[in-house]
Design a protein around this ligand. Structure first.
Ligand SMILES: [Fe+2]
Ligand SMILES: [Fe+2]
Length: 199
């Protein structure tokens, strides 16, 4: 028998190992894990059956999608056709996303959290993002500063997403806001705006 290596020590080792493993996880790993945990919870199952995503799920899906497009753009070298396609997807998705947040989500979040400073900052960030999008949309791929503008847009958007997910979303629980009800509303408005803006 190993002296001094009792079950408490083992537990301590396992906890340390767990913490180290957790720290070493990539962002993608954390996102995947969060999704797994959510899909396993009984409340989530009910939501899935009701076929209406929660407002937070829908907004987070949009965030992941646009982050992936920015990452893909970043790795492209000379493929102007794909760059143009990605830039167009990014700009459209961001305009629609910003509008559904401003029309539906932020007013509810403002009401629920009473955190006006946080929402005010988010609205100002949206305005900055929209200005940069307008500049990008007036340009052609390959022009001077085009890639740099997409990169700066990506940095701004990722920072904004981080603030929403780490500061705003945690303040909103089912007790404060009807997340499923607003999920449905957001999804419907998103579909409408996608059709309008693509026309
Ligand atoms: Fe936002
Ligand atoms: Fe957002």
């Amino acid at each position: 028998m190993l002296s001094g290596f009792n079950s408490a020590t083992l537990t301590a080792y396992s906890i340390k190992g767990y913490i180290m493993a957790t720290k070493a996880k990539t962002r993608a790993g954390r996102v995947a894990e969060r999704k797994t945990i959510r899909s396993q919870s009984p409340d989530r199952k009910k939501e899935t059956q009701a076929a209406s995503p929660s407002a937070i799920d829908l907004l987070e899906q949009d965030h992941r999608e646009v982050e992936d497009w920015f990452d893909e753009y970043d790795e492209l070298k000379e493929d102007d056709a794909r760059k143009a396609e990605l830039a167009q997807k990014i700009c459209l998705a961001l305009k629609v996303h910003a509008q559904i947040e401003e029309e539906i989500f932020y007013p509810q979040a403002r009401e629920a959290t009473k955190d006006n400073d946080l929402i005010d900052e988010a609205v100002v960030e949206h305005a900055t993002v929209k200005n940069l999008i307008a500049e990008i949309e007036s340009m052609e791929v390959g022009e001077d500063l085009y890639d740099a503008k997409i990169r700066v847009l990506g940095e701004m958007v990722k920072q904004h997403i981080k603030e929403e997910e780490e500061e705003l979303f945690p303040e909103l629980g089912p007790a404060k806001i009807d997340l499923e009800g607003f999920g449905k509303e957001l999804a419907e408005r998103k579909e409408e705006l996608m059709a309008e803006m693509q026309a």
